[in-house]
Design a protein around this ligand. Structure first.
Ligand code: BGC
Length: 936
């Protein structure tokens, strides 16, 4: 086969350009071409951008002693690789010895541009460092030094805390009780150079300095397994301090610490008293410093917030507000002293994941009066956060804002599916001109609010819904020619936004909102496309390991609020293994595997120990949660899958991922030992769950999907099993019947075994059960159940019917990875795979992803029997691209046959694809092979 590939990575663009130009340019034009070339080369220099430290832009409050640095190369040229780098880091002017170099890596020959480990002088508590990098490319050109980025160290160990735990001195349990507020005044005697606040709490906090809010984070310090890991936040508050007298004020809410969690029984899960730990380090211009800490000198009282609880909402009485309570002028004579508690600090850690911040805002789409006479606002989107209201009225007027996800079939406000969660915020006015209310230590899942207590018509300008969620970067974008699919993608994204509130929750509205492991693992691959969930899950996995039981069992919710109930179920506990592996594949981070390795091993160890003859067939199982069950099932069409068959599949998958992990970590003995275990687990599966004719004992879509996806069957049985799966789908008239565990893999398995057309039929199915049925019913998020709302608009069982549950959104992974065809060929997208699966009668699909190397995308478009395939490959990566075409000659790129273009290595034909390899650049392939196109 004609193959033009040569090692483009060593070649210079000038050489390439001259060669190419020579082939088609008349010699007379050579001089002109040379001039153009010189200009082009000058513009086309590589630049270094997007500097990240520990996956974040300019992070503050690090405690890692060797942060990892990443950057991107940007260039207009194709096939750009980094051949060497140089990093330097200095102490920033704000931190004293300005300009002092702490690290200079020298020129390091390496293509590594992600996770380069800092290897300079020891990093100091509270110090800010600036860093820059420059790179050499495969043209031997050196870039300019990048613009400087920075990171700032936090308190590095528990002994760095000088502050003392303080509490208000009363226990509040379940009762309707105002939340405590705390204050302290102090003098800043000299000119302040910098002021850094470190804050954490038992419960949730909001802090103010001189009346101004500290930072823009919400629900801090976030949720972790508090007794083992409690995060603090670090804030640069230099700008908030005055010369002379200053005041700090802090409010505390019960939050996850002692509020109601999961069931009414679980109050005070971590303790009965909420408390504050705060340390303010002030450095003066003259080099001296001072520390203000939480201690016995603080005072406490109560303010406007009469009650605040996660599920039920918040009650504020503006008449009780102590105006100016967080300013220095305020007279606190009537306030009480605080109690200082000698509580442990060794579990306090720096924050690792993105904090919760306010994100999108929504104005009312419609204001309606329901048949029952309620005044209801429709915000048009099921979202998670709260409503900010602007009110005018008399002192004592009471406004009640209730929240709901849906209206019932008659158009009335429907809250039964919230179970015992009140989701209600109440404001009592003080009678000022205009009063603005929003809650602090609660949040609601809603699209609709019912407003009581406002006379006359509601004015849209007085109500703003604010979405709150962890401030993860949006990395993915999926679009297609089908508007219903685009709405599905929208719903998947909003399922993620509403349920990634510091931890991955099952749902954000009813009396649950817990870190269900099964839901999280099912959705994790899709989540990693839509947003950068690297730090978010890294933090949560540490809580998973912390809450894992000594025998290796992983509790079903993390942080563990339900003790040993339902612990160790297949597909739930496996989050301990599946999610680290997902993160490694998506972000190329080996450290996550190393950090979680013992937790991963412990879970496999548990399954192994509770197996008999390698068959894991004991203990509690959720099974394929929420699988298809028709009412009054006389035909036996319910898709019940044997729970232990499922368990054996997940057992094998976890062992396989552990083998992969051991191999990445170079633990050869472990890899060998687990390979033996895997063989036995699969053998046990075959003996127990499959007939000699290749029929699984449960003939469901989930059974065949899992057995095929996890390679449980020998090669020679797979095609037959895939056929049975395809037939099963057909027997349900092209409807899926899978629950939480089968759904994520269903379309993947169909595509893998050549049934793209069936995968598309399932994806595009508009009647129940399907992904588009809720879309057709007007959903703006993913529902917990395939039929949360029935075609006649009645609802499923209110005891379990969330309209914001991301698990079934796991189809997003197939849309990005298979349909548009963008995935990682090597971990972290160092090598990218593009392999579109065209079909379903669609005319286009495109996936774009911000990787750590830069933007990658894959898109296809069909027009007049011509297929266009676009690809964007970031610098310092390579790609393998599968182009749907019958022959190489049918493909052109940029108007030229690819066989004539030396940017590509043509690997050959593979099935219905031509396979090529290339490096960075933007590519537009045009395919004219009509014979193939017609088949789509
Ligand atoms: C949650 C689920 C969870 C399940 C366990 C439910 O209450 O909302 O999403 O995975 O319990 O089966």
């Amino acid at each position: 086969m004609y193959n033009h590939f040569f090692d483009f990575l060593q070649r210079s663009i000038s050489y390439k350009a001259i060669e190419q130009k020579q082939t088609f340019m008349n010699k007379n034009y050579l001089a002109l071409s040379f001039i153009l070339l010189v200009n082009f080369t000058a513009v086309a220099q590589v630049n270094v951008t997007h500097l990240l430290c520990e996956n974040k832009i300019n992070p503050i409050g690090l405690s890692v002693t060797q942060p990892r640095l990443s950057w991107q190369l940007s260039s207009l040229k194709r096939n750009v690789m980094q051949t060497a780098y140089e990093v330097k880091a200095i102490i920033d002017a704000a931190s004293g010895k300005a300009g002092k170099e702490v690290w200079s890596s020298g020129k390091v020959s390496s293509s590594q541009s992600v996770y380069v480990t800092y290897a300079g002088a020891p990093l100091q508590q509270g110090v800010k460092y600036k860093w820059q990098v420059r790179v050499w490319d495969n043209d031997s050109k050196v870039s300019d030094w990048s613009p400087a980025a920075q990171w700032q160290m936090g308190l590095m160990q528990p002994s760095d805390w000088k502050a003392k735990w303080i509490e208000a001195g009363y226990k509040e349990e379940r009762a309707l009780h105002p939340i405590p507020i705390f204050r302290k005044t102090f003098s800043a005697g000299k000119t302040v150079k910098s002021a850094i606040a470190y804050i954490t709490s038992h419960g949730l906090y909001e802090a103010f300095i001189n009346g101004k809010r500290v930072g823009d984070l919400y629900l801090s310090p976030g949720w972790t397994s508090y007794n083992k890991r409690l995060q603090y936040q670090m804030y640069d508050v230099t700008h908030l301090l005055n010369g002379g007298k200053n005041a700090i004020g802090v409010m505390l809410g019960s939050g996850w610490y002692r509020g109601r969690l999961a069931t009414a029984k679980n109050w005070n899960l971590y303790g009965e008293n909420i408390g504050l730990l705060l340390q303010l380090n002030i450095t003066y211009k003259d080099g001296t410093s001072e520390t203000v800490i939480s201690d016995e000198s603080w005072k406490t009282s109560m303010g406007a917030i009469q009650y605040s609880e996660i599920y039920d909402g918040e009650i504020q009485d503006a008449r009780k507000e102590q105006v100016g309570w967080a300013t220095a002028q305020f007279n606190d004579d009537g306030w009480s002293g605080v109690q200082v508690k000698d509580l442990p600090k060794q579990q306090i850690i720096a924050s690792e994941s993105e904090p919760v911040r306010k994100q999108e805002t929504f104005k009312p789409l419609k204001i309606i009066t329901s048949p029952q006479g309620d005044k209801i606002i429709d915000f048009g989107q099921n979202l998670v956060g709260w409503v900010v209201v602007r009110l005018k009225g008399h002192a004592g007027d009471k406004i009640v804002i209730s929240h709901a996800e849906v209206l019932d079939k008659n158009g009335n406000f429907y809250t039964k599916n919230l179970r015992t969660a009140k989701q209600q915020n109440i404001y009592i006015l003080k009678g000022d001109n205009e009063e603005i209310f929003e809650p602090h230590f609660t949040w609601q899942g809603f699209r609709f609010v019912k407003v009581e207590g406002v006379e006359g018509n509601l004015r849209p300008e007085d109500f703003t819904a604010v979405a709150l969620y962890s401030d993860m970067e949006r990395t993915g974008n999926f679009t297609s020619s089908n508007p219903l699919l685009n709405q599905l993608q929208h719903n998947i994204e909003w399922g993620q936004k509403g349920n990634f509130i510091d931890i991955p929750t099952d749902c954000p509205q009813r009396d649950e909102r817990l870190g269900w492991t099964g839901d999280a693992q099912a959705f994790s691959r899709t989540a990693a496309y839509n947003m950068n969930v690297h730090s978010f899950f890294t933090k949560w996995l540490k809580d998973l390991a912390a809450d894992q039981l000594p025998n290796g069992i992983v509790p079903p919710v993390i942080p563990n609020t339900i003790r040993e109930y339902a612990a160790g179920a297949a597909g739930w506990a496996d989050a301990s293994i599946i999610i680290p592996w997902v993160l490694y594949r998506a972000y190329g981070d080996k450290k996550i595997l190393a950090d979680q390795y013992s937790s991963m091993k412990a879970w496999v160890g548990y399954m192994q120990q509770s197996s008999t003859g390698y068959l894991w067939n004991k203990g509690f199982q959720f099974g394929d949660w929420l699988f298809y069950r028709p009412a009054d099932d006389l035909d036996g069409r319910s898709a019940v899958t044997d729970k232990y068959l499922i368990a054996q599949c997940f057992f094998a998958n976890s062992v396989q991922l552990l083998i992969n992990t051991a191999t990445v970590l170079n633990k050869k003995e472990d890899a060998l030992q687990y390979s033996n275990l895997l063989r036995n687990v699969k053998e046990a599966f075959l003996k127990e769950y499959i007939t000699p004719n290749g029929r699984l004992i449960s003939g469901t879509q989930t059974a065949y999907t899992l057995a095929l996806n996890f390679d449980m069957l020998p090669e020679n049985m797979r095609a037959g099993a895939a056929k049975r799966l395809a037939d099963n789908v057909a027997s349900y008239n092209n409807h899926l019947t899978t629950g939480f565990l089968g759904t994520p893999y269903l379309c993947h398995v169909l595509s893998r075994f050549g049934y793209d057309s069936i995968a598309y039929k399932l994806l595009l199915q508009e009647s129940y059960p399907s992904w588009l049925y809720p879309v057709k019913m007007g959903a703006t998020t993913i529902w917990e159940r395939w039929d949360g709302q029935k075609p006649d608009s009645s609802f499923q069982n209110a005891a379990m019917n969330s309209f914001n549950h991301y698990a079934y959104g796991a189809i997003g992974d197939w849309m990005y990875r298979v349909m548009a065809g963008l995935s990682e060929d090597e971990p972290g997208y160092k090598k990218i795979k593009i392999m579109p699966h065209i079909g379903g009668g669609l005319t286009s699909a495109k996936a774009a992803l911000k990787t750590y190397y830069g933007n990658a995308s894959a898109g296809w478009e069909l027009q007049n029997n011509r297929l266009t395939l676009t690809a964007e490959i970031p610098a310092n990566t390579t790609a393998i691209i599968y182009i749907p075409a019958k022959s190489i000659d049918a493909i052109t790129e940029g108007g030229k046959k690819i066989s004539d273009n030396r940017d590509f290595k043509i690997v050959g034909q593979e099935g219905k694809y031509v396979k090529i390899e290339t490096g960075s650049g933007n590519y537009v392939f045009s395919i004219t092979d009509n014979g193939l196109v017609k088949k789509f």
